[in-house]
Design a binder for this molecule. Structure first.
Ligand code: HSE
Length: 401
């Protein structure tokens, strides 16, 4: 097969954009040139010559000589406009924008189908772990029962620093930001949204269902304190922000929230900004993928791999999605396959009993009260936790047991 020499138009030159630039420059095999980079800030000092930059998106979107558009900007709405325009023109796109993808998945899928064009996004979930393509290709005929993992490098970094180094939450978050792991708005990381977006993408490729962010529960680590870390340590456990999608009967339970994990779990020793994903199938049994989940070069390398894949005309087949459509004879209403109606055992730390209002407690297994902290371990109705999603007023810390 002759390798095609490709011309790239790049949107964004932040952490991942610069990572891609470095990785591309050191790549020996891939024949790809960045023709133009569209950025917003005219006054920012940049490490490469100004001739590469433009401030007008039409310089890229209107350039018919480009083979691939690489979208690595921050703003989800702007990114959607760029990506959908490129796909409508029949130009292949690589993106790492999990928020944009999760918020617009159905329409981006339709655009790819209609225009017979590729949109690929390995860098959007799991950093350097090749999880999307593995779910799509390797497990294409496997009856997967569960995917479960740590998908946010920043949260794992904060939790690790707090637990192993007694570092204060604020300082650990600041270090995650300085290291280029966190989103520009770190609330997306700590409140569980970034994990949620990535989980939605993996659920498409693992199970063939397209969920919307508002349908899926996400709770974060924003209220964690050393009381919670100590509670876990005393029991030989670690706290991890885990995304899970698993099959129960013919439905799926899909959510992201802190979990206690024990030493037997493959995820226990996944530390700092590393991510880990366990994939479980009927025949393959359980396999765990671990690697750098955030950062300029690991994510840049995933983007590079996508660009390289386009040189051999790769595109996602959406095999599981198509199987679902074939089986149900048309577009699938994924909400019908989502099960939010079950009980879950959780640890909840709180200040006042009133803070628990809204949570439907079925039974309490453990209760602790002191002048400093209170907690319960209880079975609760999963659905009743939704009011905590993105709730900036609540100070509860909730962790699955
Ligand atoms: N903010 C993300 C994280 C970046 O911390 O995992 C990588 O997607």
């Amino acid at each position: 097969m002759t390798e095609k020499h490709i011309k790239l138009g790049l949107f964004g030159f932040g952490c991942v954009g610069q990572g891609l630039y470095d990785v591309l420059n050191h790549s020996e095999g891939l024949k790809a040139d960045i023709e133009k980079i569209c950025v917003k800030d005219k006054n920012k000092k940049r490490k490469i010559a100004s001739k590469y930059f433009t401030y007008d998106k039409e310089d890229i979107l209107g350039n018919n000589k480009l083979d691939v558009i690489v979208e690595l900007i921050d703003n989800s709405a702007d990114a959607y406009e760029i990506v959908s325009r490129a796909l409508s023109k029949g130009v292949n796109v690589v993106t790492a924008n999990k928020k944009m993808l999760a918020e617009n998945f159905e329409s981006l899928y339709q655009l790819q189908e209609k225009n017979n064009v590729a949109l690929i996004y390995e860098g959007s979930a799991g950093g350097s772990i090749p999880i999307v393509r593995n779910l799509e290709e390797y497990y294409d005929n496997e009856l997967l029962s569960s995917i479960r993992g740590l998908l946010n490098g920043s949260c794992n970094y904060i939790l690790t620093r707090m637990e192993l180094e007694n570092m204060d939450y604020g300082k650990a978050l600041k270090m995650a930001q300085e290291s280029g792991f966190a989103e520009s708005d770190p609330w997306l990381d700590v409140a569980g949204y970034d994990t949620l977006y990535k989980l939605i993408l993996l659920t498409v490729h693992a199970f063939g269902i397209i969920l919307k962010p508002e349908q899926v529960l996400a709770l974060g680590i924003q209220n964690i304190t050393f009381d919670d870390i100590t509670y876990a340590k005393e029991k030989g456990l670690r706290i991890k922000l885990i995304a899970t999608a698993h099959k129960v009967g013919d439905k799926f339970r899909v959510y992201a929230m802190p979990h206690f994990v024990n030493k037997e779990s493959d995820l226990y020793n996944v530390l700092y900004e590393n991510n880990g994903v366990e994939v479980e199938g009927a025949y393959s049994c359980k396999q765990t993928f671990v690697g750098k989940g955030a950062g300029s070069h690991p994510t840049g390398s995933a983007v590079l791999s996508d660009i390289s894949a386009l040189t051999y005309q790769y595109k996602y087949g959406y095999k599981k999605l198509k199987k679902m459509e074939a089986y149900h004879k048309g577009k699938v209403d994924s909400a019908k396959f989502l099960d939010n109606d079950f009980e879950i055992k959780v640890y909840i730390r709180f200040s006042h009993k009133d803070d628990l209002k809204g949570i439907e407690v079925v039974s309490i297994e453990e209760e602790f009260k002191s002048a400093k902290t209170n907690y319960i371990v209880a079975n609760v109705k999963f659905k009743s936790l939704f009011f905590l999603k993105g709730n900036r007023d609540s100070k509860l810390f909730v962790c699955a047991v």
